[in-house]
Write a protein that binds this ligand. Structure first.
Ligand SMILES: N[C@@H](CC(=O)c1ccccc1NC=O)C(=O)O
Length: 310
């Protein structure tokens, strides 16, 4: 009997842990991969890639690519039919901004992994997507982002912080508990309605991620252009938000939705299935959404079905 070729000896689903997307590689310029079957067996026209971006205020070392694990386990357990429609999943790490006062994992001033500043984060996302396109030929994909991961996905599609042409654009985005206007986030977390010490935390992480206040408008996703010309092929944007979110206020989703409407996006039920923006109400606290992951699994299943039926 012929011995198996190296590729046939791989077991699927295949998990790739901390795969570098840059040369030379660095610890945070990595992604986790999950391939339900050999890529050659996923029809590029009829399967969807899922690209996930974690949150953590651009700086939290305890949030990373592994944040997708609960969601992925729910998908495998409860949505096996939708796994057939998924070509693969990639969960992206990116360099973080300083967090010198983190209680257990403080950043050190000389650590390039933990001293990133905009546009480093979105450029890392860009590099990861370039890598995925080159290595896996990703064609049809949806993005899922939580909190600042939602911010990063929207920055990517409208090119905030990017000067190079994009390798590929998604057909859909699912943005969860996202920050879409930095000035609004800071205004909504100001004394007297917000305690001084909490307000300071918001200022600290925003300054750590973006520096000078003069940039906060232009870096915000609400400042982007969401026209057909900027994002051809856009079909669906799902804005997920939980009224129990204790960290990001509801108004963030409202201003983002308004921006999309102003740019000609339609509500569910209208339009021809292109450039539809819908809201999706979630349950649970800010981080419970990904810590539990069932609602994200449900959303991915919904969106993948819609994309393949349209
Ligand atoms: N766990 C984070 C805080 C955090 O993630 C956060 C806090 C307020 C508003 C949004 C947040 N996350 C967004 O990605 C930290 O320790 O900085």
């Amino acid at each position: 009997m012929a011995s198996p070729s190296p590729s046939s000896s791989l077991h699927y689903p295949l998990y790739g842990d901390s795969v570098p997307y840059t040369t030379p590689s660095t610890p945070l310029q990595t992604l986790d991969l999950w391939l339900p079957r050999p890529p050659s067996q996923s029809d590029p026209d009829n399967t969807i890639w899922v690209i996930y971006i974690h949150g953590g205020a651009w700086r939290d070392p305890t949030q990373n690519s592994k944040c997708v694990q609960p969601m992925r386990q729910h998908l495998e357990r409860w949505y096996p039919a939708d796994i057939q429609r998924i070509a693969g999943m990639a969960s992206i790490n990116y360099r973080l901004s300083p967090y010198p006062n983190h209680p257990t994992l403080p950043s050190m001033p000389e650590d390039p992994q933990r001293n990133a500043k905009h546009p480093d984060h979105v450029q890392d996302v860009y590099r990861a997507i370039v890598y995925l396109k080159r290595e896996y030929g990703i064609k049809r994909w949806m993005g899922v982002g939580h909190s600042c991961g939602a911010t990063l996905l929207l920055q990517y599609v409208v090119g905030i912080g990017l000067t190079q042409p994009l390798p590929t654009l998604p057909e859909a985005l699912v943005v969860l508990e996202g920050i879409y206007s930095v000035p609004l986030l800071l205004r909504n977390h100001q004394p007297p309605s917000c305690p001084e010490n909490i307000s300071r935390i918001y200022h600290d992480f925003i300054q750590g991620a973006f520096g000078d206040a003069s940039t906060y408008d232009v870096v915000s996703p609400v400042s982007g252009l969401y026209s057909e010309a900027v994002w051809p092929g856009a079909k669906l944007l799902v804005l997920g938000y939980s009224a129990e979110d204790e960290l990001v206020e509801a108004e963030q989703r409202e201003v983002m939705l308004k921006r999309l409407k102003d740019e000609g996006w339609e509500k569910e039920g209208k339009g021809d299935g292109k450039r539809v923006a819908v809201t999706w109400d979630l349950n649970g606290g800010h981080d419970e959404i990904w810590e539990d992951g069932i609602q994200i699994a449900e959303l991915i299943s919904e969106v993948v079905r819609r994309l393949l039926l349209s």
